[in-house]
Ligand binder design. Sequence first.
Ligand SMILES: [Zn+2]
Length: 69
Amino acid sequence: MSHHYTRGTESDTRWCNACRRRTQFAVSAGRLGRCTEHDAPELTQEQKRRREREAQRRQNPSLFPDSLA
Ligand SMILES: [Zn+2]
């Protein structure tokens, strides 16, 4: 299945498994991004970055040699 977004599209209503309802998803450069509702305001940008780093560290420990000890 393919979705095409026009350049001006900034959001789309999609089903969110986390919210268990239809929510607004961000669309950036024609690509569907994340749910803007459960993902949004309680997390600061820094908290999101830290979460992503932690997830990457768990998935690819070799990328973070200091975490091997
Ligand atoms: Zn959601």
